[in-house]
Every structure is written in C-alpha cells, then in structure tokens.
Write a protein that binds this ligand. Structure first.
Ligand SMILES: Cc1cc2nc3c(=O)[nH]c(=O)nc-3n(C[C@H](O)[C@H](O)[C@H](O)COP(=O)(O)OP(=O)(O)OC[C@H]3O[C@@H](n4cnc5c(N)ncnc54)[C@H](O)[C@@H]3O)c2cc1C
Length: 371
C-alpha cells in the first residue's frame, strides 16, 4: 500500500483493531497496518480468553475505562450476535486482609458495583482455598475471547470502509510537512495523524519509549475438564492469590479445558522476536501444583502457549496523546492487564484522532508522569 490516508493505525492487535473499528465507524478515512496477519499468536492478544474485571483492584483511575469497556463489550456481543464477552463473574480468593480482595471490594464500593463475599459465592464448590482465605465474587465481570474480538473489530472496520494492510510492517515514522510519513517495505504512506498500537514492538517505532518498556514472558496453561463441570455455567473466571502471586483463569470453553496463568513472575525477554515460545518443564511444574490444589476436579495439563507482557515502569498504562509528536498517539506498557480496556481505549484513540472531546479523562496515563 502507498498513498495517503487521514489516520493511520500501526499494529492491529487488540488496541489497534479496536481503534480502527471505532474510527471507521465514525466515518474516518483510516488505514491499518499489521506486520503479521491479525489475529495471530505472536503478540500479546492470543490464547482463547482474557479476564474482564470492573471492580479494579489496580486503582480508581481505571474505573471509568472499565465501566465504558463493559458497556462496549456488551454492545459488541449484541452487534455481532456472538458470545465474545461471557459475563460469568469473577471469583477472587486471597488470605484474609490481602490487598487483592480488599481492593476489589474497595473499588466496587467506589464504582457502585455489586460484589458478594463468603463461602457461598459462585465457584466456591469448584475452587478449593487454604483455610483463612476469603472469597469475593464480582458478577458484572467475566472473560472475553480475544481472537474473536479482534476478528470482529477488523470485520466491522472493513465493512465501514477502512483499508487494512496485513503482512505490512511499518519500518519508520517521520514528520512530514502536513502530518506524518510511514515508511513501508517498498513504499510510503502519508497521514494527517498516526496511532501506534504496536504492543511489544513499540520501541522499534517510538524510540523514546524503548528504555521505558520491558517484556516479560508468560506461559498460559490448560487443564482437562474430564467431567464437564468447569464450563462458564459452573465455574466463573477467577483470580486467586497463592504461592506468593496471583493465579488467574477462565472456565473451560474449548477442548483444552480450563485455562490458568500466573500473573506475577520474572522472565525478562529482550524483544518479542526473541521470545522463547517452547514450554519447558519449569513452566508446567508450578502451575500444575496450583491446579491440583485449587481446582482438584481438573484432569491433566493439555496445552501450553507462550505470550508476553509489555511492562511500563510503574505497571500502569502509557496512553500518550500528542506528547511525542502532536500528530501521534501511542498506547503501550499495558503491563499484562490491558485487553479488557481495548474497547474504551480504541474509542478514546478515535476521539483524539478526530479532534473530539475525550469522553474519559486519561491524563493520569500520560507519558509525562515519568518526567
Ligand atoms: C498471558 C497473558 C494473559 C493476559 N491476561 C489478561 C487478562 O486476563 N485481562 C486483560 O485485560 N489483559 C490481559 N493480558 C494483557 C493483554 O492481553 C494485553 O495488554 C493486550 O492484548 C495488548 O494488546 P496490544 O494491542 O497492545 O498488543 P498486541 O495485541 O500484541 O498487538 C500489537 C500488534 O502490533 C503489530 N505490530 C508490531 N509492530 C508493527 C509494525 N512495525 N508494523 C505493523 N504492525 C506491527 C503486531 O504484529 C501486533 O499484532 C494478558 C496478556 C498475556 C500475555
């Protein structure tokens, strides 16, 4: 592709596909560029499920984004007729007084969201906790299917007139007389504004961010559901504090069974193209131990898949509108918890690109906070 568009979106994973869809549906002249063929399993948006939580323990600044995203997830289901978002609730469990459950309850109170506590909450009959753990259930939460969400946004974008260039890496972004110029292999595209949603590759395109972003390898694991008792109608999504970290998971929705991952860990990776994707014995041992104790009804490990988090220095998002260049927005450093917010972030990017008033104040996520 070469030529001109009003707005260019670079990287069509979760954030880019959501932004492209919002822009195209607003009538913008928009083109999207993706180095692979999205959805794919080489970035941060694959693996069957992503948790959606609204009572956000990570901080009150996320609550308006969480609320708006929940509305937009429900709207995406209604519009596509697909169960992209399953609102089966999220079951939290942690030692009494732990930050996780305490902050979920606090966030729910701040946002006016319902939560339930105690041993009788949904999922307590499937999830075994050590004595002294307390349980919290958030009903207006659940999980989304990331590949289906991205495919739906791309389909909506194409139907609304967006140009989509797959297997088209953008090599470089430069300032031009009336906006920006994108260097492609064998061509160039001029745009009035550019949105960079390149996930773990952001530093390749926005050099000032290179030193701020680090990558962390994470393994996703699935365990068999031999009796069919761990589907979303019986088992909510879950976040459980155990062995010094948070384990999260989603109910069985495919042949591989229940998905489990460990949020915390330290497996640095220099660049996404160098990620060690092969599961090793250590990737199986710890999560299997957790699965055996917390979900004793599950069968053996059936599958593992590697993914990576792109971490910001403070683990809060970098949502940068016009800071590096007046005509460039960058979304980066989503630090392993961004997917649930993709609809509202996509909407915010579209509003910025079209010079509309922001619906949500996102200034707390600006790059400027790092000085
Ligand atoms: C194991 C795991 C579990 C997670 N669980 C959750 C969860 O439960 N809930 C939650 O909310 N979040 C979760 N996250 C985080 C969430 O998935 C990510 O924050 C989100 O998917 C990141 O989306 P993205 O669009 O920024 O990146 P990506 O989806 O990786 O998209 C970036 C895209 O840019 C493309 N690209 C890069 N460079 C270029 C270029 N030069 N030219 C063109 N294209 C380019 C890439 O090919 C890629 O498609 C999890 C992440 C992982 C890894």
């Amino acid at each position: 592709m070469s030529g001109r568009c009003d707005i260019a979106v670079i990287g069509l994973g979760a954030m880019g596909a959501a932004a492209l869809s919002a822009l195209a549906q607003a009538g913008a002249d928009v083109a999207g560029f993706e180095r692979h063929d999205s959805p794919h399993d080489l970035g941060s948006s694959h693996g069957e499920s992503r948790l959606v939580r609204q009572a956000y323990a990570e901080g009150e600044r996320y609550l308006p984004l969480a609320r708006r995203s929940a509305e937009l997830w429900r709207a995406l289901n209604a519009r596509t007729g697909e169960a992209i978002y399953t609102e089966c609730g999220v079951h939290y469990a942690a030692p009494a007084g732990a930050r996780l459950t305490r902050d979920v309850v606090r966030a729910a109170q701040a946002a006016g969201l319902p939560v339930r506590t105690g041993e009788g909450v949904p999922g307590a009959d499937r999830i075994t906790c050590p004595a002294g753990h307390e349980r919290v259930f958030e009903p207006e939460a659940g999980f989304v299917r990331p590949e289906a969400a991205i495919a739906a946004w791309l389909s909506q974008a194409r139907s609304a007139g967006a140009r989509v260039a797959m297997r088209t890496p953008v090599r470089h972004i430069a300032r031009s007389a009336d906006g920006v110029s994108l260097a492609l292999e064998g061509g160039a595209v001029q745009a009035r504004r550019v949105i960079v949603t390149a996930g773990g590759w952001t530093g390749d395109l926005a050099a000032p961010l290179r030193a701020r972003l680090t990558l962390q390898r994470r393994m996703m694991s699935w365990f068999a559901d031999p009796d069919g008792l761990h589907g979303p109608e019986r088992l909510p999504a879950f976040v459980i504090e155990a062995q010094g970290g948070w384990y999260y998971g989603a109910p069985a929705i495919g042949q591989d069974g229940v998905k489990i991952g460990r949020h915390h860990g330290d497996q640095p990776c220099a660049h996404p193209d160098q990620l060690d994707r092969a599961p090793g014995p250590e990737d199986a041992a710890e999560v299997t131990g957790f699965a055996r104790s917390a979900l004793p009804g599950l069968g053996p490990l059936t599958r593992q898949a590697a993914c990576f988090y792109t971490m910001s220095p403070d683990e809060d998002f970098i949502l940068s509108f016009g800071e590096l260049d007046p005509d460039m927005a960058v979304v980066a450093g989503l630090s392993g918890h961004g997917f649930k917010f993709a609809p509202a972030i996509g909407e915010a990017l579209a509003r910025w690109a079209l010079d509309e008033t922001p619906a949500i104040d996102l200034s707390a996520f600006a790059l400027a906070r790092f000085g």
